[in-house]
Design a protein around this ligand. Structure first.
Ligand SMILES: Cc1ncc(COP(=O)(O)O)c(C=O)c1O
Length: 445
């Protein structure tokens, strides 16, 4: 294999090569042997309109035929990138007003982290640079973005810049609450811990806090009641910027256009990617408030120019695909549509609630989790369930003992049935320790 595969054991991949996906058909993908798999996670929580879409294909083709590339450096920009910026500015929650483009979620987080430093320098606060991230956070696999990510395998051996990062507790009520502690009391405790960390480390050295409105790769953690209001109070008290990482939650995933609207967050910056273009073209963006924009713009003017940007940032084909994606979302009446599917998904999963292996089911929009086992349940349970499900033709993602679900918005009622039925079978098979022999090797989601 001439490829070094991300988030894969390379030696294991030499022994058993990754499953080759050759085609998509709606929410289903088809491997080289013709086996079909319904993807209950829309790839990496991202293919919001499935794996084929005639309108996105046509939008990309038309843009390729009109202007296949241009940049946004030094006084030029693709007109369509400007159109996308206007559209995003109209959709973004307050107080966000401006966007800066990139190509991936990780580079959006890298950019946001750089902007924190630029912004604080512009204010003459040159020590106020470190960023607080949470246990369980995933913010990408660049340099600072990997350091912000909590998973040790993103740091180990890479010398990521840990000194730029401070870590605070995750909002996992099920696992981390004290006995008898209410959700509100737990949220307040997390806020008190954050405040104590800031006071201990000195607010004068801390520029920003980054958080996913609802955590994805950390186990699909929905914030407990009151959590974001408490956290924002602490940050405001210490003049610390809030970066909402909406790379998973943006564009309908949690039921509102943005996770910030689902959970009452008013961020200073927001990172977005994935569902911005339904993942049909690599495009990301960092949105910022007028205040952040103006401070950065003034500093850049004084320094001569704004010295940051990527060759492919604001790519015209990415902008065209994103605009068409947003048009499709508007036509489907995104929030109503996701709300309807969310109710269906919750109803379909509810049958699992009393299963002895299931500790909790969490659903918000089309982001859901089935968390297995009581505290201390053996590791590897999640992997076994996802293998059982893949052998039955449905891809889920396991995160420890959490089974993550985030289907495309184009999922049908029948496919939601298939997701719930297959998961119930896979959980039951794991519980009984009976492994259904797959016809062929089980795929790794
Ligand atoms: C919340 C969050 N931030 C950042 C990223 C990194 O995005 P990318 O893989 O496009 O670099 C991800 C990827 O899953 C993510 O979930």
């Amino acid at each position: 294999m001439a490829q070094l595969f991300p988030f894969t054991d390379p030696l294991a991949a030499q022994e058993k090569s990754p499953l080759e996906i050759v085609r998509g058909d709606g929410c289903t993908v088809i491997d080289a042997q013709g086996q079909t798999y319904l993807d209950a996670v829309a790839g990496l929580w991202c293919a919001s309109l499935g794996f084929t879409n005639a309108r996105l294909t046509a939008a990309a083709q038309q843009q390729f035929e009109t202007l296949g590339y241009y940049h946004s450096f030094m006084g030029r920009t693709p007109a369509i990138a400007n159109r996308l910026s206007e559209k995003l500015a109209a959709l973004l929650p307050d107080p966000l007003t401006h966007v800066l483009y990139g190509c991936s979620g990780s580079d959006a987080v890298e950019t946001a982290a750089k902007l924190v430093r630029y912004y604080q320098n512009a204010r003459g606060l040159s020590d106020k640079k470190r960023i607080i991230a949470r246990e369980g956070a995933y913010h990408g696999s660049g340099n600072v973005s990997a350091a912000l990510t909590a998973m040790s395998y993103c740091h180990d051996g890479f010398d990521t810049p840990a000194s730029q990062v401070l870590r605070t507790g995750r909002p996992h009520y099920l696992r981390d609450a004290e006995p008898g502690e209410t959700e509100i009391a737990f949220a307040k405790r997390r806020a008190r811990e954050l405040n104590a960390l800031i006071e201990r480390e000195d607010a004068g050295t801390i520029g920003a806090f980054i958080g996913e409105p609802a955590m994805g790769a950390g186990g699909v953690l929905l914030p407990p009641e009151g959590y974001w209001a408490e956290i924002q109070n602490v940050l405001a008290r210490h003049d610390i910027l809030l970066i909402a990482d909406e790379i998973i939650t943006g564009f309908g995933r949690t039921g509102r256009w943005f996770g910030c609207q689902s959970f009452g967050i008013e961020p200073d910056m927001m990172t977005m990617a994935k569902q911005l273009s339904a993942s049909f073209f690599p495009i990301s963006a960092v949105a910022m408030s007028q205040k952040v924009h103006d401070t950065i713009a003034r500093q850049a003017h004084d320094l001569g120019l704004f010295g940051h940007g990527f060759t492919y940032g604001g790519h015209p084909v990415g902008a065209a695909v994103a605009l068409e994606t947003l048009a499709i979302y508007e036509e489907m009446d995104l929030e109503q549509h996701v709300g309807r599917l969310s109710d269906m998904l919750a109803e379909r999963l509810s049958g699992l609630r009393t299963h002895p292996l299931v500790a909790e089911i969490r659903v918000k929009g089309l982001l859901a989790a089935v968390e297995l086992g009581p505290k201390g349940t053996e590791d590897g349970l999640g992997t076994r369930v996802t293998e059982e499900a893949a052998a039955r033709g449905v891809f889920f993602r396991s995160i420890g003992n959490v089974i993550a679900i985030s289907p495309a918005y184009t999922i049908s009622g029948a496919e939601l049935d298939q997701i719930a039925t297959t998961l119930a079978e896979a959980v039951e098979a794991t519980y009984r320790g009976q492994t259904k022999q797959p016809e062929k090797e089980a795929a790794q989601p």
